[in-house]
Structures are given as C-alpha cells and as structure tokens.
Design a protein. Sequence first.
Length: 264
Amino acid sequence: MNKDFQLLFEYARIKFTSADSKIADYFLARKAVKNIEELALLIGVSTASITRFCKKIGLNNFKEFLFIYQQQLDQESPQESIKLNGLHNDYIDILQQFDKRFDKELVAKFSAVIGQHEVIHIFGSGYSALAGADFKFRFTRLGKFVEVVQDNDSMRMLSSILKPGALVILFSLKGKNAAMLNYAKDMKQKGITVLCITANEKSKLISTADMTLLTASLHGEESTGMISGQMPLLMAVDYIYSQYVHDNRDSIQNWVATEQIFVQ
C-alpha cells in the first residue's frame, strides 16, 4: 500500500517529539534504507523511538514502514504519478480488506434486527457520524425513524432514558471511544439491543455489543484527506441497506415511491 509520506508526517507532526522529527527528516530526504539498529545509531535515537514513530503515522511496525518506503522510492517519477498510483493501491487495499472481513450471514442478521425496530439510534462521532447520516438518509426513506447522536453528552443522556427493547447501532471506525463503551455496557444491562460497526477487531466494543460487523481499516490515509475516513463504514452501510431492501422488497412501499423520482 503506497502513501504520501510527506503528508503523513505533516499531519502527525503535532504529536512528534524531537526524536520523531529526526526520523521524519531522514526519510523526507529520501535517504537509503537501513535496518532499525543501523538507523537508530545513525540518527542518534533509540530503536524504541523508531517503533513509536511508525505507530504515530498509522503503521504497525518498522518493517511495514520500510516496505512501503521502498515502494515509494521505486516509483518516484514523476511525483504526480506517485500520488495517483498510491491512491489507487490504497483503494484496492481497502476493498481487499473488506472482502476478507465480509460476513454475509452477519449482514443478514443485522438486516433482520433492523427490520424488527421502527426507531433506530446511531451513536458515532466525527467521520463515524457522517456515515451515520448516510444510514439515516437511506433508512428514513424506508419508513424508519433514525436518530444520529454525535457527542458524548447526548449519548450519555439518551442511553439513560432508552427503554428495554430499543435498538442502538455504534459506528466507530477505530473502536476506541471509551465513553461509548461505557454507555454500551449500561444499555446492554438494561436490555437494549446494541449492534456495532467497526474496523478494530480488538475493540472492547465487540465483546459488549450483541453483534459486530467488521469493516476495512485505514492506516493513516484518512488523516491526510486522501481517503474519506467514513468510507469503510459506508461500505458496510451499503451492504446492510442492500440486504434489508432484498429482505423486505415486497413491503417497502415508501421505498418504491421515492425511487420513482430518480428514474423518471
């Protein structure tokens, strides 16, 4: 997967220490590839600092960084071509990730649960809230009442007043919202159905939710603006919506009526 390192470094620079800046400057100068021990000695930082640096820019480890860095060095002519090729490869990577994680049976179960509820509450902030707004647009046209709750205070208030049997869907790409996790636990104890869509297979939300649909993850592209951060969540919404329409086509009169507007 190719990335524009200059953009990744610049957007992460607010979190950089002096050691991080040294590492970034080395690679921005397009210098030769070194192993982690040689690089640490040459720059004057620790190997642990290099590992932390890689994680700050959205990668898992230095090995992954070197692989991608060498790819960019090999393709640098011209610069505009690199950006376009890199973006194309990133899209392919996201699609491949989604394909590996796609669970048709789980999507069908999501559809069935949604079919059992007329009112749906979406919890999500930032990019996740944008995906939630798309979910609202689609399912409102099918006769559902969908509420998108974006801030922690509103999530806390709503989770405290919802009654058993209500449906809440958590949209969290990174799955690291501690407040959302606490609200989810409280709601589960009250008998509220909690579904989750996330890219983080290690998220604690998964063990809390009744069902979790895993989508593709991003590794820093969303921070540069090259790829919309809500894209993996929107892919999941597409499949849920498609499944729901398939399951309920005969009874969706509102959907049929609104679709006529777009085909006339």
